[in-house]
Write a protein that binds this ligand. Structure first.
Ligand code: GDP
Length: 444
């Protein structure tokens, strides 16, 4: 089951329950059962699911709930918190600091997406002001160096490798030494992967690790490997103790639950997730943002950060969000940024409610819908655009005028304003959080 489907199912189970007029314990139990089934079908380890179920039950403690309690809110929160716990390893990932060489070594099986992720990560840090480079220590697979070279050239990232040297330990050491001398902040070493967890591969990994003394070793896990993820990550952990995980191919038709279980088994944080084959398809992983997105609640912080790294025009949105404000114009700017960032289906998930509104639309239908939303904004007066949207409720004739001017319908205008209201609510809640995020980024 694709992660998105998992989110949809959990969401539906919670929504069904919270819509019910007389919520009783039987309904609560059947919601728990549906959530558990969905998680197990997504390959999440059955023991973890059982723990999650018991914890939600204990937190909600349905029998002893005083009648005045807002049961729905309590249940929603318990489900959210337990899902966050499931993907949160309670361990802080390593954070590279500028001005000193940080060496990151990648490990993982062949085909897991190592080489692709190395380049994505180098680009990610490069976009944030790090002087980043790549070292190809995969001398096992013919063409590995070529692939890295091509990726690196496309991303304009300096690289090192050898077509003649067959000892990966020597290549790794030479590359890291060279880039250290050249004062790079971030040196990423790609190692070779084999089809299985062969002894030789593991011996080579620990030799490279000893040669380059990485500040962090990252294991790349393919989301499509399902239940095997747990055993695989344990085996890697025993040899090349990695401090972080990148899960790739979360965009595919994979049951990402196996990878989630691997995190729990090794108590290792997922730092990034690969969401496609493109260089930009890498999202920073944050347990709360991941669960919010999974449940269709959006990931505004992620969206703002992504837009920032693309150096698109953020205008005043960021400043506004820090202040807890979100005008109709901010919505318009974000919509047009989403259009520039494509593929739409992926980006829409980051805006609260937009993923659900787009439902099963394909990218073409979705982008038509977005364009119509932008037309609506463009038919508004400056006063309307810079307002908090209440002006339309006070004078509904404005909606008719805007619908007419934009060639859309009043219902579509209403829909846009509902969308805006939801995002303004999120912005309000994020007030403190965004300021912290900005401070953290400035300190990076
Ligand atoms: P390596 O052998 O571990 O270095 O794996 P590669 O980096 O060569 O990747 C193997 C394949 O997976 C390539 O076709 C990549 O384009 C693809 N790939 C890597 N990451 C992702 C991802 O996040 N999503 C998708 N859809 N494909 C990916």
């Amino acid at each position: 089951m694709v992660l998105q489907d998992l989110g949809r199912r959990i969401n539906a189970a919670v929504t069904d329950l919270t819509r019910s007029p007389n919520l009783d314990e039987k309904q609560f139990d059947s919601m728990l059962k549906e959530i558990s089934n969905a998680l197990v079908e997504a390959d999440v380890n059955i023991k973890l699911v059982a723990t999650l179920r018991t914890s939600i039950k204990r937190t909600v403690n349905f029998k002893d709930l005083p009648p005045s309690t807002n049961k729905k809110r309590l249940i929603q929160k318990a489900v959210y918190d337990e899902l966050v716990k499931l993907v949160d390893p309670h361990a802080e990932p390593f954070k590279p600091r500028k001005g000193k060489p940080n060496v990151i070594m990648f490990v993982g099986l062949q085909g897991s997406g190592k080489t692709t992720s190395c380049t994505k990560l180098a680009r990610w840090y490069q976009a944030r002001g790090f002087k980043a480079c790549l070292v190809c220590a995969d001398t096992f697979r013919a063409g590995a160096f070529d692939q890295l070279k091509q990726n690196a050239t496309k991303a304009k990232i300096p690289y090192y490798g050898s077509l003649t040297q067959t000892d990966p330990v020597i290549v790794a050491r030479e590359g890291v030494e060279k880039f250290k001398k050249e004062r790079f902040d971030l040196i990423i070493v790609d190692t070779s992967g084999r089809h299985q967890q062969e002894k030789e591969l593991f011996a080579e990994m620990s030799q490279i690790q000893a040669a380059v003394s990485p500040d962090q070793t990252i294991m790349v896990l393919d989301a499509t490997i399902g239940q095997a993820a747990e055993a695989q990550s344990r085996a890697f952990k025993d040899t090349a103790d990695f401090g972080a995980i990148i899960i790739t191919k979360t965009d595919g038709a994979a049951a990402g639950g196996g990878a989630i279980s691997a995190v729990a088994a090794t108590h290792t944080p997922i730092v990034f997730i690969g969401t496609g084959e493109h260089l930009l398809d890498l999202d920073r992983f944050d347990p709360r943002a991941f669960v919010s997105k999974l449940l269709g609640m959006g990931d505004m912080a992620g969206l703002v950060e992504h837009v920032q790294s693309l150096k698109l025009d953020q205008k005043d949105t960021l400043k506004h969000i820090v202040e807890g404000v979100f005008t109709v114009r901010d919505l318009r700017d974000q919509l047009s940024n989403v259009m520039k960032m494509g593929p739409l289906s992926k980006m829409a998930g980051m805006i609260p409610g937009l993923g659900a509104m787009m439902g099963n639309m394909d990218d073409e239908e979705g982008s038509l819908k977005l364009r119509r939303m932008i037309y609506i904004c463009d038919s508004m007066t400056l006063k309307e655009l810079d307002s908090d949207g209440r002006i339309f409720v006070e004078q509904p004739s404005r909606m008719t005028r805007v619908a007419y001017g934009s060639g859309t319908s009043v219902r579509e205008v209403e829909e846009l304003l509902t969308q805006h209201k939801m995002m303004a609510g999120v912005a309000k809640k994020m007030k403190g959080g965004m300021a912290n995020m900005q401070r953290a980024q400035a300190a990076m």
